[in-house]
Design a protein around this ligand. Structure first.
Ligand code: NFM
Length: 220
């Protein structure tokens, strides 16, 4: 039997938390058009703060990719992700004024703070490259899976929210996520048992942080 890819094996093993992260009630409420605007506005403000903290994390991934991967394409894949974050921050600002969310008054809620501390811990040079790339993929993939779901056949996503869904649900972001997954899988192919255990643990913790992040939006 050919060796199954580590990440897909872990997603099967941790199916319930993966589903909780990628089919959260908040996301399903966008897809079925029942989302209330206060939840969306709360999510928008919190995610703007998250993305601003995500930038230094991606910068650290970029440095590691440049240093550690023989394949120069790793650095280029991560650089592509960094470039899209630049557009993303501009998108958040436009979306914020569209929904009248004043980001300067938004305070990071607990789940956001905890996620930021988790990202900071992953920026340490002690963390193995295979573990970093697994976390990086999981963070991006949860949004890709979640928002692509809101654009799939049968959706009743409100037209004024399709911009947000398309930001992460589009095919280009899907391609980018699979490029990152390929990097992570390549690193995990010959990783030590210790690295595999650390990568699996980090994958689950990303999923748990994503669930907590969606939960925040229901705080209203
Ligand atoms: C909480 C969270 N997780 C993942 C993403 C997607 N990455 C960058 O945009 C995001 N924006 N927010």
């Amino acid at each position: 039997m050919e060796k199954r890819e580590a990440i897909d094996t872990w997603l099967d093993k941790h199916r319930s938390v993966y589903t909780a992260a990628t089919r959260h009630a908040f996301v399903v409420s966008i897809r079925d058009g029942s989302v209330d605007l206060s939840s969306f506005r709360t999510w928008l403000g919190q995610d703007y703060l998250f993305v601003r903290e995500f930038v230094p994390f991606v910068a650290s991934v970029l440095i590691r990719a440049g240093k550690e991967s023989g394949e120069s394409s790793d650095m280029e894949v991560v650089l592509g992700g960094m470039a899209s974050l630049n557009d993303e921050i501009e998108w958040f600002k436009r979306e914020g004024s569209k929904w009248d969310v004043d980001f300067s008054t938004v305070v990071p809620q607990k789940a956001n703070e905890e996620y930021r501390r988790f990202l900071e811990a992953l920026m340490s040079s002690e963390v193995k490259y295979s573990v970093i790339m697994t976390a990086f993929w999981a963070i991006e993939a949860v949004y890709q899976e979640s928002f692509a779901h809101c654009l799939e056949d049968g959706n009743k996503t409100p037209v004024e929210l399709t911009g947000a869904c398309h930001r992460w649900g589009n095919d280009g972001f899907k391609q980018y996520c699979s490029s990152v997954k390929n990097i992570a899988e390549r690193c995990l192919e010959n990783a030590s048992d210790e690295a595999l255990a650390e990568a699996e643990d980090v994958l689950v913790r990303v999923l748990e942080h994503e669930v907590a992040f969606w939960e925040m939006s229901r705080g209203g």
